[in-house]
Structures are given as C-alpha cells and as structure tokens.
Design a protein around this ligand. Structure first.
Ligand SMILES: [Zn+2]
Length: 343
C-alpha cells in the first residue's frame, strides 16, 4: 500500500488528480457492491404505499415520544427485487461481525467515510479485525422476569434479506426475539418466517403493506391485519397474537379491531432510532443507555448496521445480567385489545 500512498501525497493538487489517486489506491475496504445494499429509490407518489416508517403525518410519537419509522429509503421499496431464497446478497462474502467469526466489517458501504479509504490514511488506521471471542450463550429458560433483568428485543418491518444474518446472531447467543413482520415481506420470504418460529422466536403482525392506519377505515385496517396473520400462519403454522401497528400509531378503532381478532398490541419503551442513525456504534450506544429491566426495544431488521449493533448490545447487556426474552415471556397474561410498551 506504500507506493500508491506516496503517489497520492505527491499529487495532492486538484480534485481531478485526487480522484485519480483514489482510483489507483489499493483497495482496502471495498464494499461488497451496490447490489448488496438496500436500494435507495425514489418514493412512490403515495406516502401510504411508500412505507415511510416515520411517525404519522401529524408527527405521532411512539410510546417514548420518539418516532418509530420505516425509512423510506429502506429495502422495503416495493419495486426492489425480492430475494425468494433468502440467501445472502449476491457478492456478499463479508459476514456481519459476530464474535467468534472473522469479520472485515467492510460491508455495506457506510454513509460515513471510512478513514482507511482516505488517500492520506496510514496503514495503522486500517481497522483491525475483532479477535474471536467465545460466545456466552444465554442459559435456557424458563425465566422469571419478576426477579430477573428481562428485556425484549423486537424487530420490525422485515423479514428482509438481512434477517437470516440476525437469526444467525441470535442463535449464537441463544437469544429469542419478537419480530413484527410486514405481510408482503413475509409473503415473499415464508421460509424466514418458518425459521423464526422453529428457532424459538415469536412472530407478530405489523400490517400487510405498512400503511398509516389513521388513513384507513376499519374494514381496511382489519383486512391489513387478517391478511398478514394468514400469511404468518401459513408459513409457520402459528397464528400471531401480537400486533404492532405501523409507526406505533394506535387509536380506539385499531385497538377495537385487535380485540375482535384476539390480539394484544405491543409498542415499545426503547427506541434507538436505528432507521435514522444507521451506525452500529450509535445504535448500540442508544440501546445500552436506555436499557432497563422490563423494556421492550424497537429495532428494524432492515439495516446491516442495526444487525451488527446487536453483536455489541447482546454481550454487553448479558454482562450486566440481562436475559433476553420474547414479549409473551416478558409480559405474562397478555390481554387482547390491550396495549403494552414494557413490562
Ligand atoms: Zn414499521
């Protein structure tokens, strides 16, 4: 890497030359390729069909006063090609960073420029791979959340092409989570839904197409829920009993329909804003700072940054004595038509 760097330093005049410098620089952390990244696409004309997982148009807040958004630039773009095999993105040979696994952590390209990619970077600035560590798997339940420091991880808006990686990570730690899946994504990846249930996770309903419920009449809301429940049941054999309305937007109509359908509403108490920050360190810091026994943590299994964050969050919370549980394990005696945001 020495020669190109010297050339760069000598030629560091003018944007054109700098550009040439970058091109000839040895590749240090080449991203897996644009095709592996959730495409950033223009929003469809109608916000209701655009999957904007920001708060509602009136700025409806989540239970903690923060928004619970689907990023409109996320992989939930309905025009993006779906990966029916749920395989890793083509060309993606770089695993997410999991203790015990080698990791180049070079995927996907970060919004923040990688200092190692700078023409003036020194070799010492290159991130070193995390040395493999033993994975402290969580002891098997049952858990007593009245006495133990229980916390529930919940993941919305998937399953996405990245969800299998998250499932791998959770499996390594023997951690079970609760997934609030979008019906049309579940329809495209039924094998991921089946795997979730098979591996002990709980699958909840997050509507069929992630609309803003306040814009829909009661019949349409009910249809969004029943259609998705049927997809989950078909894929996994289990009828979902948990419902999280898109954006956490709830009202008496929504709760009434959930009650009719025998479903409990689950919101959250910790929101790391992973959809917004898209940086694993910040996501991890946000969760670690806000975690408390009985919390329900919101995240989105749409972003590699979020998924990588959990490789830091899980062992750190485990070291603090937390056990990870599903929402039904956290909240005993869930009642249909009732809303829960923590234990
Ligand atoms: Zn959502």
């Amino acid at each position: 890497m020495g020669r190109p760097r010297i050339w760069c330093a000598a030629a560091i005049v003018g944007a054109v030359i700098l550009s040439g410098c970058a091109v000839t620089k040895p590749v240090v952390a080449t991203p897996a390729g644009p095709s592996t990244v959730p495409p950033v696409t223009a929003l469809p004309a109608s916000p209701a069909s655009a999957f904007p997982d920001t708060a509602g148009p009136t700025g409806t807040a989540g239970p903690t006063g923060t928004t619970a958004p689907l990023d409109p630039t996320s992989s939930l773009d309905p025009t993006s090609p779906l990966d029916p095999t749920d395989a890793a993105p083509p060309g993606d040979s770089s695993p997410l960073s999991v203790p015990g696994y080698p990791s180049t952590d070079a995927y996907p390209p970060s919004a923040t420029p990688d200092p190692s990619a700078s023409p003036t970077a020194t070799p010492s600035a290159t991130p070193k791979p995390t040395p493999p560590k033993p994975i402290p798997a969580q002891p098997k339940g049952p858990y007593n959340c009245a006495k133990q420091k229980c916390i529930a991880l919940t993941f919305d808006d998937g399953p996405s092409r990245y969800t299998p990686r998250l499932l791998d990570i959770l499996k390594q730690y023997n951690v079970h989570a609760t997934f609030f899946v979008v019906g049309r994504e579940a329809e495209a990846r039924p094998q991921t839904i089946a795997r979730m249930v098979k591996e002990g996770h709980v699958v909840g309903n997050h509507s069929y197409s992630h609309p803003e419920f306040w814009k829909l009449d009661a019949a349409s809301i009910k249809s969004q829920i029943t259609r998705t429940s049927a997809i989950i049941k078909k894929a996994s054999g289990k009828q979902p009993i948990l419902m999280r309305p898109p954006y956490g937007e709830s009202n008496p109509t929504v709760r009434s329909i959930e009650a009719q359908l025998g479903m409990a509403q689950v919101l959250w108490s910790v929101d790391p804003l992973d959809w917004k920050v898209k940086d694993e360190k910040t996501v991890a810091a946000n969760v670690l700072k806000a975690a408390k026994p009985g919390a329900i943590v919101l995240s989105h299994d749409l972003y590699p940054t979020t998924i990588r964050a959990y490789t830091e969050i899980i062992p750190k919370l485990q070291a603090e004595g937390y056990v990870f549980v599903t929402v039904p394990q956290l909240v005993k005696s869930l009642k249909s038509g009732t809303s829960y945001s923590q234990r």
